[in-house]
Design a protein around this ligand. Structure first.
Ligand code: BGC
Length: 488
């Protein structure tokens, strides 16, 4: 019999979800976000930019949260859950006029936002109380059940009053609501983060400021094929967005630390990190110097850039892999208590003919040839160990695996995916000494997979989108056993 492989005491076992992807389907529809507008846009649907599936036909977590949380607790034996709050539900209308003091550095970057108590009161008046109440009920229920909450403040949709993706796609020059391209979005994000921390601080101790800034920036501004808003292809825009997201993390970090003063667990009052999605990246042909260079550049851009900014203050704005003196901005480093790592796959990188002046335009991710998910992502378990080692050795932060999972409509591949990735996680902790504090599987239930809609099924529970019924896939029993024993 093989030896029991135990995880550290107090290890967090959970599942991860995001608001936009699960909430709608029952109860009020939230039409006030850029993503909502984007996936409803007729041209986007006609051109196949998005699937045509609509989030209002989703799993309905807004109404069915209690049964889902019970599944997580009682069937999966989870002790934690990762959820997010939709900015556009809390603030369907602008918060621009709520006064704050903004401190700029000598280069004009936003360095700090000071929010007086009177402005917090004003935010309270502006917040949609029914949305706030429902989020409180969801979070309260999670706590009551003994689920530690990891709350993501921003998991992608922006309120429409901040970002109109259709306007930006068609005429960025004249667009008014430019989302993360606008520095003002950082200021509004500071207000939103402060409000979240003050409002939910008695229920939450573990926060993630931003989910996967690189996906927001690169999918939205470099890779229109991804179907992400606003569907542009311009490296300088992508880097501007990435820079603003890195600054936004810091600003939000400070606000959360300031406004959540209540401890409800050992993570209290507030442990604040960022969620990033480094992948295992290799050249397609290791003997081709061009592929090797392309893989190096992609690894640097995708895996490192944003953490170099958040943790080291290195903002490589021309992406030449060299930090010039004016790209060093240590004044923007505010803190990051842990790194949230979403690990999914290996990417094999090929150098192809360029479509633009920077070498990044010559990078192509080769299609998966081996063991692939429904999404066409390569299943590569040892990448888990590799990435955890890299992340810890380079950035020296404790780590939480905030996502890992598989699009697998059949449900047949998921148990093997789960087991093999957890084996690698175990090795990272026990053989390599990497301080990983928890694992959140993506996802509890099938959900709205952004531009791809409902076809990609990541749920441990399958959702029937007609009846909203959930049924366990084969991996439920396995994951439930692992979490109960805290061991493989
Ligand atoms: C995101 C999720 C997404 C998942 C699967 C992650 O990049 O955080 O929102 O559903 O991957 O694609």
């Amino acid at each position: 019999m093989s030896r029991v492989k135990s995880f550290p005491e107090g290890f967090l076992w959970g599942t991860a979800m995001s608001g936009f992807q699960v909430e709608m389907g029952r109860g009020p529809v939230d039409p006030n976000s850029d993503w909502f507008k984007w996936v409803h846009d007729e041209e986007n649907i006609r051109l196949g930019v998005v699937s045509g599936d609509l989030p209002e036909n989703g799993p309905g977590f807004w109404e069915l949260y209690e049964e889902d949380l019970l599944r997580a607790r009682k069937e999966l034996n989870n002790n934690a859950i990762r959820l997010s709050i939709e900015w556009s539900r809390i603030f369907p209308n602008p918060t621009f006029d709520v006064p704050v003091r903004v401190v700029y550095d000598r280069r004009g970057n936003i360095e700090r936002v000071d929010i007086p108590k009177s402005s917090m009161d004003e935010l309270e008046r502006k917040a949609d109380s029914s949305a706030v109440n429902r989020y409180r009920e969801i979070l309260k229920k999670a706590r009551e059940l003994g689920l530690e909450i990891l709350l993501t403040v921003y998991h992608w949709p922006l309120p429409l009053w901040i970002h109109d993706p259709i306007e930006c796609k068609h005429d960025l020059m004249h667009a008014e609501k430019k989302g993360w391209l606008n520095d003002a979005t950082i200021i509004e994000f500071a207000k939103f983060s402060a409000y979240i921390a003050e409002t939910f601080g008695d229920l939450v101790d573990l926060y993630a400021t931003i989910n996967e800034p690189i996906v927001v920036a690169f999918n939205g501004y470099l890779n229109p094929e991804s179907g992400f808003p606003p569907g542009l292809r311009d490296l300088s825009l992508a880097l501007k967005v990435l820079k603003n997201l890195a600054i936004a993390h810091g600003v939000a970090y400070e606000q959360i630390k300031l406004w959540d003063r209540i401890s409800v667990s050992k993570y209290g009052p507030a442990t604040v990190g960022i969620v990033h999605c480094p992948q295992a990246i290799v050249p397609y042909d290791a003997k081709s110097p061009k592929d090797v260079r392309a893989a190096d550049l992609w690894r640097y851009s995708w895996n490192e850039w944003v953490l170099n900014a958040v943790i080291q203050g290195d903002y490589d704005m021309n992406l030449d892999m060299i930090i010039d003196p004016e790209e060093k901005l240590p004044n923007l480093v505010k803190g990051c208590d842990y790194l949230g790592i979403n690990y999914y796959m290996r990417q094999r990188i090929r150098c192809v003919e360029k479509r633009g002046s920077h070498p990044i335009y010559g990078i192509e991710i080769a299609p998966c040839e081996g063991d692939c998910t429904d999404f066409g992502w390569e299943i590569y378990p040892s990448g888990m160990r590799e990435i955890l080692n890299w992340a810890y050795r380079k950035y020296r932060r404790k780590i939480i695996v905030t996502e890992n999972g598989i699009a697998d409509a059949s449900g047949e591949k998921r148990p093997r995916y789960l087991q093999s990735h957890l084996e690698e996680l175990y090795k990272a902790i026990n053989e390599d000494g990497i301080p990983v504090k928890g694992y959140f599987h993506w996802s509890l239930i099938d959900n709205y997979e952004w531009a791809k809609g409902f076809k990609m099924r990541f749920g441990l529970y399958r959702v029937d989108y007609q009846t909203k019924e959930r049924s366990p896939t084969k991996a439920v029993e396995l994951y439930g056993r692992i979490c109960e024993r805290n061991a493989l």
